[in-house]
Design a protein around this ligand. Structure first.
Ligand code: URP
Ligand code: ZN
Ligand code: ZN
Length: 464
C-alpha cells in the first residue's frame, strides 16, 4: 500500500483546527504537521480550500434488518456505499437476538450479512430480546467478540420490548463486563393503549402514528432507564432522543453528575409534525419511532447539542421503500414498517444547519459526528481523530460546495428522501478508509467487501 500526502488543507479535530499537512502511510496516519515535504509520499493531494475531517461515524444504522414484516431496503453493500459517499467511514449496526436463542447466533447471522458487502468498517450492537440467567454470560461472550454495546427496547410490546427486570439485569451485568446499554426509551405499554383506542375510533392514517406517541411517554421511559442505570451504578446511552421533555430528563441526570448520554438524529432536528400538514398518505415516509415532534422541540435539541446534553448525532437509518414497503400499512398505520433513510446525508445536514447556520463550531460538528461516537462506543483513538497512529479514515470536505438533496441523485436504495429539496452548503469530495481512496470527487471508488468488522473495546464508562 502506498503513502499519500494531503497538503495545504485545514485539519479539523474535535479540539482544534490547524493548517497542516497529513501523511498517510498504508492504512494509518503517520504524521500531522505543517510543512511535510512532498517527497515524503508516493502521491500528493492538494487540499487547498478544503477541510480534512476524521471520517464520520454513524453509531445507529439498520441495514438488511427484518422489521415490520419486511426487510430494510439497504443491505450492507448499498447502505455502506451511500454512507461513504456522504463522508461516513464507520457504522455501528444492530444485530437482533431472536427470542429464545443465543445472541451469538445473531452475531454470526449479521457477520454473514456484512461479509463480501460492507464497503466501510462496521461494528455491531446486539439487540437483546430476552435474557435468561444463562444469557448474562452470553453478554460477556459477545463483549469478548467486540460487541461493546447492547440495545434494549422499552417500546414495541410483543416484538422487541423487554420488561424492567430484564433491563435492570442487563444494566447490572455491564458493571462486570464494561459494555454500554443503549435504550430505546418510550413507554410501550401506555402507547399501545393509546394506539388501540385510536384504531377503535377509526383513526388509521399515518399521521396517527405521531399523534399516539406522546413526548411524556418518551420522557417517562428516559427517566426510568436512567434511574435503573443509577441503581445499577452504570452509564446509559439513550438512542434517537426526539423531544424537549426527554432531553430534560437527560440534562437533570447529567446535572447530578450521572453518566447519562444521548443521541439525536437529523430528522428530529429538522423535520416536525407541522411539516406533515396536507401530506396525506405521504406521511408514511416519516413513520419512525419515536415519531416527529412539534416544531417547538427543535431549538431545544440544538441547544442540547451545543451544551453537551446530547453528545452524538446518528441517523437511525432504517429505510423502507414508499411504493411497496410503507404500503403494508395503507389501511392501518400500525402496519407501516417503522424507519426512515438518512445514512448518506448526515454530515451535509449537520454541517449546513449546525456550522453554516451558526449553531456550533466546526470542531463541535466533528465531535458530534465522529469523535464522541468513537469514544463512547470503544473505537477511539483508532477512529474519530486525525493523529499519528490512528486509522487513515478521513474526508476532504469542501465547506463551500452547494448541494441539493434528492432521491433522484442519492445512492441509498430507497425511493424517497426525507430531506427532498433541502439545499445544503458543504459536501464530501474525497473519502479515505484505512488509507484507501473510496470516494473520489464525490463518486464511489471503493469495493464491496473491503469493510472490516470492528472489535470494539468495552470501557466500563472510562470515557466519561
Ligand atoms: O422507527 C425506527 N426507529 N426504526 C428502527 C428501529 C428503532 O427503533 O431504532
Ligand atoms: Zn429504537
Ligand atoms: Zn434504530
Amino acid at each position: 500500500m502506498s503513502s499519500v500526502l494531503i497538503q495545504n488543507g485545514t485539519v479539523v479535530n474535535a479540539d482544534a483546527s490547524v493548517k497542516a499537512d497529513l501523511l498517510i502511510d498504508g492504512a494509518v496516519i503517520k504524521e500531522v504537521r505543517a510543512g511535510i515535504p512532498a517527497g515524503a509520499a508516493d502521491k500528493v493531494v492538494d487540499a487547498t480550500g478544503l477541510l480534512v475531517l476524521p471520517g464520520g461515524i454513524d453509531a445507529h444504522t439498520h441495514l438488511d434488518m427484518p422489521f415490520g414484516g419486511t426487510n430494510s431496503a439497504d443491505d450492507f453493500e448499498t447502505g455502506t456505499r451511500a454512507a461513504a459517499i456522504g463522508g461516513t467511514t464507520t457504522i455501528v449496526d444492530f444485530a437482533i437476538q431472536a427470542r429464545g436463542t443465543k445472541m451469538r447466533t445473531a452475531l454470526d447471522t449479521w457477520w454473514k450479512k456484512a461479509e463480501g458487502k460492507a464497503c466501510i468498517d462496521y461494528g455491531l450492537h446486539m439487540i437483546v430480546t430476552d435474557l435468561p440467567d444463562a444469557g448474562l454470560e452470553d453478554m460477556d461472550d459477545l463483549v469478548r467478540e467486540g460487541v461493546a454495546s447492547f440495545k434494549l427496547f422499552m417500546a414495541y410490546p410483543n416484538v422487541l420490548m423487554v420488561d424492567d427486570a430484564t433491563i435492570y439485569k442487563a444494566l447490572r451485568q455491564t458493571a462486570k463486563n464494561g459494555a454500554l446499554i443503549c435504550m430505546h426509551a418510550e413507554n410501550g405499554s401506555v402507547i399501545d393503549v393509546i394506539v388501540q383506542q385510536a384504531l377503535a375510533e377509526g383513526k388509521t392514517a399515518p399521521i396517527h402514528h405521531m399523534l399516539t406517541r406522546p413526548t411524556k411517554a418518551e420522557a417517562e421511559a428516559v427517566h426510568r432507564a436512567i434511574a435503573m442505570a443509577e441503581i445499577a451504578g452504570v452509564p446509559i446511552y439513550i438512542v434517537h432522543l426526539s423531544s424537549e421533555d426527554a432531553l430534560n430528563q437527560v440534562r437533570e441526570a447529567r446535572d447530578r453528575g450521572l453518566p447519562a448520554f444521548a443521541e439525536t438524529c437529523p430528522q428530529y432536528l429538522l423535520l416536525s409534525i407541522e411539516d406533515m400538514a396536507n401530506k396525506g398518505w405521504e406521511v408514511a415516509k416519516y413513520v419512525f419511532t419515536p415519531p416527529l415532534r412539534e416544531k417547538k422541540n427543535q431549538p431545544k435539541l440544538w441547544d442540547g447539542l451545543r451544551k453537551d446534553n446530547l453528545q452524538v448525532v446518528s441517523t437511525d437509518h432504517c429505510p423502507f421503500c414508499f411504493a411497496d414497503q410503507k404500503s403494508l400499512g395503507k389501511d392501518d398505520f400500525t402496519k407501516i414498517p417503522n424507519g426512515g433513510p438518512g445514512i448518506e446525508n448526515r454530515l451535509q445536514l449537520l454541517h449546513h444547519h449546525g456550522v453554516v447556520e451558526g449553531n456550533f463550531s466546526i470542531n463541535r460538528f466533528v465531535e458530534l459526528v465522529s469523535t464522541a461516537p468513537a469514544r463512547i462506543f470503544g473505537m477511539y483513538p483508532k477512529k474519530g481523530v486525525l493523529q499519528a497512529g490512528s486509522d487513515a479514515d478521513l474526508v476532504l470536505w469542501d465547506p463551500a460546495e452547494n448541494y441539493t438533496i434528492s432521491a433522484k441523485t442519492h445512492h441509498m436504495k430507497v425511493d424517497y428522501s426525507m430531506f427532498e429539496g433541502f439545499k445544503v452548503r458543504g459536501n464530501a469530495r474525497d473519502v479515505y478508509s484505512r488509507g484507501e481512496l473510496i470516494v473520489s470527487g464525490g463518486k464511489f471508488a471503493g469495493k464491496a467487501g473491503r469493510g472490516k468488522y470492528l472489535r470494539r473495546e468495552a470501557r466500563g464508562g472510562a470515557w466519561t
